[in-house]
Design a protein around this ligand. Structure first.
Ligand code: GDP
Length: 294
């Protein structure tokens, strides 16, 4: 995860680390290297410039030139700025409601179904009664996939294989949850390989009909800038509440993790780092910044 970025940042810091004296020229040169590392990691140039301008300013303001360990102090400032860039503090999901309804949206292959299973397991472990709902009416295999996951984690899956109307399936699932005492309904929707109107209309219809308490947008972090653009499109249409970044285990660059929050102005809430049901973590911007800095 983030290997490229980590290497480049560490190379950038090398000129400062261990030195007991540095000059403003050193700071400017290192900041420039940090900016380059961020752009190479697929962070949008404007964002990379803004954050590195701030890093330079803060570094000089805090008089790191005359501090005891200027290199270390500089890394700390970068860590703080990266944390801010990713949203500052961790944000949870809203599971209030009777039942609470969590709508999962995103492109096909982004990891929606896998994440739905993971989230169900995560909530079940907290002692909550969860119902998973298969709303992909285009791929029968998607229903089976969710059923297999449900069985694996011991969570009931609501599906209507004969019904081709995703909106009514979602509606029926919520009614079923209410009747059967389930407190949380996770609705896994259909995705396409690219954003298209039919898909967007369908998710938007599901949203307006079942009025979810939480809408999570799932995106494959390995797609870099595309991930950010897709997030923007989905957000314009759905006004979602949070982002789930998947496949971070294979993401050597990290651009999506770093840029999404700034561009879309919605928090990353979970990260997924593998295919196994356990590979799910709540997103903590400060922890992620530390990880990036290695
Ligand atoms: P959906 O079409 O959006 O429902 O996507 P799926 O949940 O079916 O996931 C697509 C593929 O990505 C599957 O092979 C998953 O096992 C895999 N996958 C999902 N999340 C992750 C992850 O975090 N890391 C890795 N390496 N693979 C993942």
């Amino acid at each position: 995860m983030f290997e490229n970025l980590q290497d480049k940042l560490n190379t950038a810091f090398r000129t400062l680390k261990g030195k007991d004296r540095i000059s403003d020229i050193n700071v400017a040169a290192t900041t420039k290297e940090v900016r380059k590392a961020l752009v190479d990691a697929d962070v949008n140039f404007k964002i990379a410039k803004e954050i590195t301008d701030r890093i330079k300013e803060t570094a000089l303001d805090r008089k790191i030139l005359i501090s005891v360990e200027p290199g270390q102090m500089f890394v700390k400032i970068v860590q703080e700025e990266l944390t801010e860039l990713m949203g500052g503090k961790a944000e949870g999901i809203n599971i209030k409601g009777d039942p609470a309804v969590i709508l999962i949206a995103g492109l096909q292959g982004s990891g929606k179904t896998t994440f739905s299973g993971k989230l169900a397991q995560h909530l079940k472990k907290q002692g909550r009664q969860v119902l998973l709902t298969a709303c992909d009416v285009y791929r029968p295999a998607a229903i089976d996939q969710l059923k297999v996951l449900g069985e694996q984690i011991g969570v009931e899956v609501y599906a209507e294989p004969e019904n081709k109307n995703a909106v009514s399936i979602a509606e029926n699932a919520v009614a079923y949850a209410r009747k059967s005492g389930k407190k949380i309904v996770i609705v896994d929707t259909a995705g396409r390989l690219a954003v298209d109107e039919v898909m967007m209309n369908e998710v938007a219809d599901i949203k307006s009909t079942i009025q979810p308490t939480e809408i999570l947008f799932v995106v494959d972090s390995m797609t870099g800038q595309d991930a950010v653009n897709t997030a923007k499109t989905f957000n314009e249409r759905l006004n979602f509440d949070g982002v789930v970044l998947t496949k971070l285990d294979g993401d050597a660059r990290g651009g999506a993790a770093l840029s999404i929050r700034q561009v879309v102005e919605k928090p990353i809430k979970f990260i997924s780092t593998g295919e196994k049901m356990e590979a799910l973590d709540a997103f903590y911007p400060d922890r992620m910044a530390s990880r990036i800095l290695g």
